[in-house]
Design a protein around this ligand. Structure first.
Ligand code: PLP
Length: 437
């Protein structure tokens, strides 16, 4: 095919993609990416015109659904006015985007630093913590993902850190995960208390005077949608205060309606010092992320230079889409919809599936953020094997639903605009695919 032609049809687009696009996190030779040609709400379609219910929200970012007309129009209008502007200029739409985000944040936050995505949001939050404390180390969870740049990927705990360990000063701890407790805990209260004890002991052993930040996902997402037990995040806040450590909560995946709140930590009664965001803030219609900066930390840089910046910080197309997205979420009750769906429809529906399918070891989640932990032996909690997971994924796709799988888990993560009827269809598809398995 000539390089100026655009291919159509699943086979041709897939082949064109495989020939010229280098994909993330993969050995390239065996890839067979499904082409996505268009979408609307919770539905997408491929290049052959086949439709799918998107219960992956792509990379758990399309919280407002596909092609929301208010976002598309806002981006179109901004493109017609001013499509790009340097970060050193003031920009009305950028300031409005910051105000929109701050309007749903806790008290004590008046400034936003914009980045290109989630990884560099964490990168800059770590930088702010190091500069304000004069300390170096960052403590994070083994079960975590914080992004694919210098410090963020080393703060990450999962396998992706290991081939990328070039940043220094990173320390990891185990967080709470009662189903596979590292602490021999039997109850959530035990798991929370012992995980906090472990965290505090590691900080003491590392030397509290060397620890700049504790960086955690409010609800670890890719690691398994591990909703923290009551009291855990409040305990982390107490430890951070005790030792003068900056508490950074990564809300990149969990924020902006995913858990049924604007921010996931709001259900846990804590206020972090820095909040990182991306994904759901504008559902990824234009790449963007950022850091909400508490007043204490923001003031540190009133008379000191902040040594960080990005050409596209607060890009106007991203800013316009943030303003439109937060307005639409407020007007259309999208956060409330996510909360109701989780509590009344999706959560109960998944728990019903667990009553009939032995392979479901645990159901956990909140809002539109759920995981089924799949096991080959319920008593031993043996993770379901990779071959069965691949068959399950193919079977769900074949039935017209885009799944999100990670290790032995099916993450059920639709857009926050999902309807009761769409959840009903998805539950039937998962039921049938598990039956076939
Ligand atoms: N933090 C969390 C919790 C994430 O889930 C992700 C991406 O999945 C990131 C950070 C990185 O975001 P990005 O891919 O936009 O750099």
């Amino acid at each position: 095919m000539s390089i100026d032609a655009r291919s159509t049809g699943n086979a041709a687009v897939s082949e064109d993609d495989r020939s010229h696009v280098f994909h993330s996190w993969s050995a390239q030779a065996s890839l067979a990416p499904l082409p996505i040609a268009g979408g609307s709400g919770t539905t997408v379609w491929d290049e052959d015109g086949r439709t799918y219910l998107d219960f992956s929200s792509q990379l758990v970012n399309v919280n407002i659904g596909h092609q929301h007309p208010k976002l598309v129009e806002a981006i179109r209008a901004q493109a017609a006015t001013l499509a790009t502007v340097a970060p050193a200029h003031a920009s009305a739409v950028r300031a409005e985007a910051a105000r929109s985000i701050l309007s749903v944040a806790p008290e004590g936050f008046a400034k936003v630093f914009f980045t290109n995505g989630g990884a560099d949001a964490n990168e800059n939050a770590i930088r702010m913590a190091r500069l304000t404390t004069g300390r170096d180390k960052v403590v994070s969870h083994y079960r975590s993902y914080h992004g694919n740049t210098g410090a963020a990927v080393v703060a990450t705990g999962d396998w992706r850190r290991i081939p990328n360990e070039y940043a220094r000063g990173h320390v990891h701890v185990f967080g709470p995960y009662l189903y596979r407790s590292e602490f021999w805990a039997q109850t959530e209260a035990e798991e929370s208390a012992r995980a906090l004890h472990h965290l505090e002991r590691v900080i003491q052993a590392e030397g509290p005077q060397s620890v700049a930040a504790i960086l955690l996902e409010s609800v670890p997402g890719t690691a398994g949608i591990l909703v923290p037990p009551p009291g855990y995040l409040a305990g982390v806040r107490r430890i951070a205060d005790e030792y003068g450590i900056v508490m950074i909560l990564d809300e990149v995946m969990a924020g902006f309606a995913r858990t049924g709140d604007w921010f996931a930590f709001q259900a846990h009664g804590v206020r972090p010092d820095l909040i990182t965001f991306a994904k759901g803030v504008n559902s990824g219609y234009v790449p963007v992320g950022g850091v909400l900066i508490s007043d204490e930390i923001a003031h540190h840089f009133d008379d000191r230079v902040f040594p960080g910046g990005l050409t596209y910080s607060g890009h106007p197309l991203a800013a316009a889409s943030i303003v439109a997205s937060i307005a639409a979420m407020k007007e259309e009750g999208i956060v409330e919809n996510a909360r109701r769906i989780g509590a009344d429809v999706l959560g109960p529906g998944l728990r019903r599936l667990a009553e009939t399918h032995e392979v479901i070891g645990e159901v956990r989640g909140t809002g539109v953020f759920w995981a089924l932990e799949l096991v080959s032996d319920r008593d031993a909690r043996t993770p379901l094997g990779a071959a069965e997971m691949a068959r399950l994924k193919a079977s769900i796709l074949e039935r017209g639903m885009l799944p999100f799988t990670a290790e032995n888990r099916l993450h059920v993560v639709p857009p926050a605009v999902v309807t009761d009827a769409e959840v009903g269809t998805a539950l039937e598809i998962i039921d049938a695919a598990l039956r076939e398995l």
